[in-house]
Design a protein around this ligand. Structure first.
Ligand code: GUN
Ligand code: ZN
Length: 430
């Protein structure tokens, strides 16, 4: 057992909808149990006697938060961050597909999985919804590594049967069969969940989408993830490939792929009709701001989408390797900058909510993670607002909790991630 002391912060609801829905203890404490769960959280002065003699780490003014949850990124893309592509389709062809091809080699995938999860933890991301490649071996490697670290991870073998190089395609039948085998092997094992994962409508034929719909009907509660409406040329390619469709969203809709457990990365250029269908279905868009900026894809209207006439749930993801950083702080910074550019700025509270309880609730993981509550799994990140000399000087001027959080997300990166705990185990300590 272990006690962490510092400023504890945990959200209870979305700050975009209600003022100040969080619990904050300036001098707080979290007790981590031997079973990997949080035993107690509160003001340090009220720490029960029975915990007084436990080992303690005093984090001073640092913030103790639930670990970050990332709702969209790609395991096989971390080696090709910062590839100089023209736009999405060019970048996929020139850099992404050749890199993903390598993951058919189990040895390569195993080494990559270790580095990938090291990097997630280094940035305080303690759980995620991730894409893998089309190779079952790559998902095995990723899940084996996540399982050995007791991490909550949702992922799936991606499906592609057209418009991708040979060596990186499956078929409607093999994609279906391999997905089912992987579901039987991994879904529900420890903290792992399978996600049905067609890459996007550009790389799946009608028969493949049909079989994906069949799989989804067999597992109606399973997470489904894909990409949607990221780039104009992509949208045109989908309109050409599916001439009967009203729009991009209609393609997925036609195969029964819109649901409350469906996660669509990007969703930048959606029409009112598409937003209305996503809203009705209870599906979520995952905002990937560093990726949208890097690939020049466009400006996602977060608040307009989340709180508009057709409100759609929105999560947030770093989208490595279209995204430029594993840092959730850098991701929140770009989300803030984009929100300014589209005329409805988000607060730091909204940003930190999204990266913790917001994403955890969308992924239906909030019974286990996303807040600091007794009984939840001890997935915890400790952030130092004075991580660098300049941040320390800036911190001296902070007058409120909002100020502290805002400076952290604008200036911070992995240097601000002081400790990370996963399932009650210390996985980063600086
Ligand atoms: N659309 C289809 N595949 C991808 C991908 O790997 N990254 C991004 N950003 N968009 C995609
Ligand atoms: Zn993606």
């Amino acid at each position: 057992m272990h006690v962490l002391t510092g400023q504890t912060l945990s959200f209870t609801a979305d700050p975009g909808q209600r003022p100040d829905p969080y619990i904050h203890h300036e001098k707080g404490a979290v007790v981590i149990g031997d079973d990997g769960k949080i035993l107690w959280v509160g003001e340090l002065v009220t720490l029960p006697q029975e915990y007084h003699e436990l080992d303690r780490t005093d984090h001073g003014e640092s913030l103790i938060l639930p670990g970050f949850v990332d709702a969209h990124l790609h395991f096989p893309q971390y080696r090709m961050i910062a590839a100089y592509g023209e736009n999405l389709l060019d970048w996929l062809e020139r850099y992404t597909f050749p890199e993903e091809m390598r993951y058919g080699d189990p040895k390569f995938a195993k080494r990559a999985a270790k580095l990938f999860i090291d990097e997630l933890f280094n940035h305080g991301i303690t759980s995620c919804l991730a894409f893998s490649t089309i190779h079952p071996e790559a998902l095995d490697a990723l899940f084996e590594e996540a399982q050995s670290r007791s991490m909550a991870m949702i992922s799936g073998k991606s499906k592609m049967d057209c418009n991708a190089p040979s060596g990186l395609t499956d078929t409607p039948q093999s994609g279906y069969d391999q997905s089912r085998e992987l579901i039987n092997k991994w879904h529900g094992v420890d903290r792992l969940q399978y996600a049905i994962t067609p890459r996007f409508a550009v790389t799946s034929s009608e028969p493949q989408l049909e079989m994906t719909g069949a799989l989804k009907r067999e597992y109606p509660d399973m997470v489904f993830q894909t990409h949607l409406s990221e780039n104009q040329a992509e949208i045109e390619a989908v309109a050409t490939a599916f001439p009967w469709s009203q729009d991009y969203t209609d393609v997925y809709d036609r195969y029964g792929l819109l649901s409350e457990r469906a996660f669509f990365a990007h969703g930048i250029h959606l029409s009112e009709r598409e937003l209305s269908r996503l809203s009705e279905a209870g599906a979520s868009i995952v905002h990937c701001p560093t990726s949208n900026n890097f690939l020049g894809s466009g400006l996602f209207r977060y608040k307009q989408t989340r709180f508009g006439e057709q409100p759609v749930s929105v999560g947030i993801g770093c989208d490595i390797g279209g995204g430029t950083s594993f840092s959730m702080l850098a991701t929140l910074r770009d989300a803030y900058v984009v929100s300014q550019l589209v005329g409805k700025r988000i607060t730091a509270f909204e940003a930190f909510y999204l990266a913790t309880l917001g994403n955890a609730s969308l992924l239906h993981l909030d019974h286990e993670i996303g807040t600091l509550d007794a009984g939840k799994v001890a997935d915890i990140v400790v952030l130092d607002p004075k991580a660098t000399p300049i941040m320390a000087e800036r911190h001296a001027l902070s007058e409120s909790l909002h100020d502290i959080l805002f400076a952290l997300m604008i200036m911070g990166d992995d240097r601000a991630v002081r400790q990370v705990w996963v399932n009650g185990k210390l996985v980063k300590d600086i």
